[in-house]
Design a protein around this ligand. Structure first.
Ligand code: PRP
Length: 214
């Protein structure tokens, strides 16, 4: 057996989907791992170690090489802009990044945009040639237009239920989001066999996804 593969796993709802995909690919993850509060979890059955990270931090652990590979949403990759290889589009946790507002609300000249994704939002409006003030929030973004903090929000839409429940409308979808498998540049060379074997297994079971360019 080769060296242990350190995998940065996103804590929370994406973890469940990622673990399911790993299991479908034949990677043995004991059931008790799913509900554990441990942050570093050896998985000797798979010759792996899971590092349970906050999703937004996964690319950071991978860039610095304390995790060899990681699973992370395209939203986080585009926001964080870390120096990592994107190996596979896993096709799980599918949703989209959108511009959202209250219906029929005409913004003033000075557009305010609230978001958890300030870099993504700033880039989008710059490309549109619109001058905006971006306000960073950390959650419950839909509150911002409801109580008058912002004219627009840039946020993730999955089922659309949050928008519906709060009377908001999607003005434009900016890009589609799925989870990606990423790798540290050095690990990709040093642990290439193990990483390649994992990719081969995942590719056989991932839902209608294709390989992303390295
Ligand atoms: C996300 C996102 C939306 C919601 C979209 O929030 O920011 O609010 O899910 O899902 P839906 O279209 O299926 O309703 P999350 O639950 O991650 O919490 P947050 O508000 O703290 O970001």
């Amino acid at each position: 057996m080769g060296e242990v593969l350190k995998v940065a796993m996103p804590k929370g709802r994406i973890y469940k989907k990622a673990a399911q995909l790993f299991r479908e690919a034949g990677i043995v993850i004991p059931d008790d791992v799913d509900d554990s509060r441990r942050l570093v979890i050896p998985i000797p059955e798979a010759n792996m170690e899971f590092i349970m990270a906050k999703p937004v931090d996964v690319p950071t652990y991978v860039e610095y090489g304390v995790a060899d590979i990681g699973i992370v949403g395209k939203d986080v990759l585009l926001e964080e802009n870390r120096d990592v290889y994107e190996l596979l589009d896993l096709g799980i946790a599918r949703c989209r990044m959108s511009v959202i507002a209250l219906p029929d609300r005409q913004p003033g000249i000075h557009l305010r945009v609230a978001t958890k994704y300030p870099n993504v939002a700033a880039r989008y409006f710059r490309e549109q040639g619109e001058q905006v003030e971006v306000i960073k929030l950390n959650g419950s973004i839909e509150l911002a237009p409801l109580i008058g903090l912002a004219d627009r929000i840039v946020d993730m839409v999955e089922t659309g239920q949050t928008l519906k429940d709060n009377g908001l409308v999607e003005l434009e979808s900016i890009f589609g989001i799925t989870s990606r498998l990423i790798a540290n540049r050095v690990s990709y060379r040093m642990k290439n066999d193990a990483i390649q074997q994992l990719c081969d297994k995942l590719e056989k079971v991932m839902p209608g996804a294709g390989a992303a360019k390295v």
